[in-house]
Ligand binder design. Structure first.
Ligand code: GLU
Length: 551
C-alpha cells in the first residue's frame, strides 16, 4: 500500500466511497433541458439579510427560472462564530417576503426539500470527507499539526521579512514531509491537526478565468496550502463550496464580488479534484453616494442596508425587486416603458448585462419606482397590502381600515386606473397621511393656509352650505360651485380670469380650493367630488361648519 493511501485510510477510516461513486450514486447529473442553469444562494445564517443579498439571490433566482433551471438555497454554517439563533428563518423569510422562490434547499424552520441535500453544510460532513480523502490519497493534501502559536510565529516572521503572508513555501516543509509513522504517532497522542491542500502554485504564477459579469480576469495563482478541513473535521468555505457546487450540479455560481480574491484558490481546488469548475458571476456590491464619492452600503451606517428596513417602511416587495432590476440590467427601464403592465419576472434578465462597477443604490429612485408600481395596483391589491403591513406596523390604521373595508376600497379607488393614475403613495407608511382626512380618528390639524381673505373664505363656505347636495354627480357638483362664483366676486372661468383678472377676487379654482381645504385640510387631494362622496353629507357639513368657526 502506498504511503498516501495509508495516510488517507488513517485520516478517514470510515470513508469507503470515492467522489466518482458518490456522484454517480447519490448526486447524479440532473435531467434538465439544454441550457437550464442550476444556481444557488448560499448565505451564512447570521440573521442579517443585506439588500446586497437580495440582489445576489435575485440574480441567481432569475438566472435559474428564466432558463427552466433550478435555484437552491444552501445554508453555509461552517463558521459557528457567525451563526445566530434565528439566523436561518430570518434569511429564508426575508427572501420569501421579496418573492424569491427556491426549488430546493432549506426552509424557514430548518427543514429541507430536494434530492441533492442535505443543504446545510454542517450536515454534509460525509461528502466533504469523501473528497478530502481522495485528495490525500493522490498526495494532494496532508495533515498539518502546526499550532496557533506556530502560525503566528510564521506570520510575524513573514511580516518582519516583508514576505507574502500565508502558509506556503519553506513554512510548509515540516508538515508536508512528515513520515506516515510520525503522523500516526501524533494522531495517537491526540495532537490536533487540520488538512491542507498541497498547492502546486508558484509565486508569480498566473491564473486566468472568465467571469460572466466582468469578462476575462487574470490574477496571481494560489500558492498557499489553504486549509480544507479544520481540526474538528468541518470544511472551510473554500473546500465546502467546491464539493457542494459539484454535488448539487450547480452550473453558475453567482456570489458577491468580495469572493473574486479567493477565486484562484477555488479554481485550483476544482482542478486538483479533477472537476470542472462552474461558471462564475461575481455580483457587484450595492453602493451608496456619500460626500461626492461612492462607498459600499454598510450594515453599520445605513439603515437601508437591511432588508427589514424596506419591509418596515412598507415598500411593496415587487417595487423593491423592480428597482433592483433597474440597477442590475440597464435595459430594464426601456423594457418597462415598452411593457408597462408586465410582471418583472417576464423581463429577460441576463447576468452578462450586469455592470461590474458597483450598483448605485438611490432611495429617491426606489421611491419613484415604487410610486409607479403602487399606482398600477387595483384598489383591492392596495387595501390587502396596506392591511398586511398595518397589522404589524400601524395597529390604529389597521383597525380603522378594517372596520369599513368598503369605505377603504372607495378611498383607494379615487383616481386609480386610467392612463394617468396618481402616484401619491410610494410605501405603505405613507398611507396614513394620505387618507387621514377621511377618518376623524386619524385626522391631524391642518397647517394649510390659503392666500384668500378670511372674510371671502367665510362667504364661500356659508354660500356653499346652502347649495351643497351629496346627490350631485360630478358635473352638477362643479356647475354648482361655478354658479356660486359671481355672487361672491370670483370669476367662474379660469381662462377668462387669466386673460383679465380686473374686478375679480379670484377664480373658480380658488373657490374650490377653499372648499377643499375646509373639507380635507389639504390644498392637494385626489378628485374632490369623489372624496366628498366617500365622506358623506354628515362629515362634509361638519367639516365645513368647523372651518367656519376656525377662520
Ligand atoms: N456563504 C458565503 C457568504 O455568506 C456565500 C459565498 C457563495 O455564495 O459562494 O458570503
Amino acid at each position: 500500500m502506498s504511503d498516501c493511501l495509508k495516510l488517507a485510510n488513517l485520516l478517514f477510516p470510515d470513508i469507503h466511497e470515492t467522489p466518482e461513486e458518490l456522484m454517480e450514486k447519490t448526486f447524479p447529473a440532473r435531467n434538465l433541458k439544454q441550457g437550464a442553469a442550476v444556481t444557488r444562494f448560499a448565505p451564512s445564517p447570521t440573521g442579517f439579510l443585506h439588500i446586497g443579498g437580495v440582489f445576489a439571490s435575485m440574480a441567481a433566482e432569475r438566472t435559474a427560472h428564466l432558463s427552466d433551471g433550478v435555484c437552491i438555497l444552501r445554508i453555509e454554517d461552517t463558521d459557528k462564530k457567525r451563526e445566530m439563533d434565528d439566523g436561518v428563518s430570518i434569511i429564508v423569510n426575508g427572501l420569501a417576503d421579496f418573492g424569491i422562490r427556491f426549488d430546493e434547499g432549506v426552509h424557514a424552520d430548518g427543514s429541507e426539500s430536494g434530492d441533492y441535500g442535505p443543504y446545510t453544510q454542517s450536515k454534509r460532513r460525509y461528502p466533504y470527507h469523501v473528497f478530502c480523502k481522495a485528495l490525500v490519497e493522490k498526495g494532494l493534501a496532508y495533515p498539518c499539526f502546526c499550532t496557533a502559536e506556530r502560525l503566528s510565529e510564521i506570520r510575524a516572521e513573514q511580516e518582519k521579512n516583508n514576505v507574502t503572508p500565508g502558509y506556503w513555501g519553506e513554512y510548509t516543509e515540516q508538515c508536508r514531509n512528515r513520515s506516515i509513522e510520525e503522523i500516526e504517532e501524533l494522531i495517537k497522542q491526540g495532537v490536533p491537526y487540520v488538512v491542507r491542500v498541497k498547492s502546486p502554485g508558484k509565486v508569480g504564477g498566473r491564473v486566468k478565468f472568465r467571469d460572466i459579469i466582468r469578462g476575462d480576469i487574470e490574477m496571481e495563482e494560489n500558492f498557499v496550502d489553504v486549509v480544507l478541513l479544520k481540526s474538528d473535521g468541518i470544511p472551510t468555505y473554500h473546500f465546502a463550496h467546491i464539493v457542494d457546487d459539484t454535488l448539487m450540479r450547480v452550473t453558475h455560481v453567482t456570489r458577491g464580488e468580495e469572493w473574486i480574491a479567493s477565486a484562484p484558490i477555488h479554481l485550483q481546488l476544482f482542478w486538483l479534484c479533477g472537476l470542472k469548475a462552474p461558471k462564475y458571476a461575481h455580483v457587484p456590491s450595492i453602493m451608496k453616494e456619500d460626500g461626492g464619492g461612492k462607498r459600499k452600503l454598510s450594515k453599520r451606517k445605513d439603515p437601508e442596508a437591511a432588508v427589514s428596513y424596506f419591509v418596515e417602511e412598507g415598500y411593496p416587495a415587487d417595487a423593491v425587486m423592480e428597482y433592483l432590476l433597474t440597477i442590475a440590467n440597464s435595459n430594464f427601464e426601456d423594457w418597462r416603458r415598452q411593457n408597462k403592465t408586465a410582471h418583472y419576472t417576464t423581463f429577460p434578465f441576463a447576468l452578462n448585462k450586469m455592470s461590474p462597477s458597483g450598483a448605485l443604490f438611490d432611495l429617491a429612485k426606489l421611491q419613484s419606482v415604487s410610486g409607479t408600481v403602487i399606482s398600477l395596483m387595483t384598489a383591492e391589491q392596495v387595501l390587502e397590502s396596506v392591511l398586511a403591513w398595518a397589522e404589524r406596523y400601524d395597529k390604529q390604521l389597521y383597525d380603522v381600515l378594517s372596520a369599513d373595508k368598503q369605505k377603504a376600497l372607495s378611498i383607494f379607488s379615487v383616481d386609480r386606473g386610467g392612463n394617468k393614475p396618481r402616484k401619491d403613495i410610494a410605501k405603505w407608511n405613507e398611507v396614513r397621511a394620505y387618507i387621514s382626512y377621511f377618518y376623524d380618528e386619524l385626522r391631524e390639524q391642518s397647517g394649510e393656509v390659503l392666500e384668500i381673505a378670511a372674510a371671502d373664505q367665510k362667504a364661500i363656505i356659508e354660500k356653499y352650505l346652502t347649495v351643497y347636495s351629496p346627490d350631485h354627480d360630478k358635473d352638477t357638483w362643479f356647475a354648482t360651485i361655478k354658479g356660486m362664483c359671481e355672487g361672491l366676486g370670483f370669476c367662474p372661468d379660469v381662462k377668462q380670469y387669466k386673460a383679465d383678472p380686473t374686478g375679480f377676487k379670484g377664480h373658480v379654482g380658488d373657490v374650490s380650493s377653499v372648499i377643499r381645504v375646509a373639507v380635507t385640510g389639504r390644498k392637494n387631494t385626489p378628485d374632490l367630488h369623489a372624496v366628498m362622496t366617500i365622506m358623506g353629507k354628515e362629515t362634509v357639513c361638519a367639516r365645513l361648519n368647523e372651518y367656519l368657526e376656525r377662520i
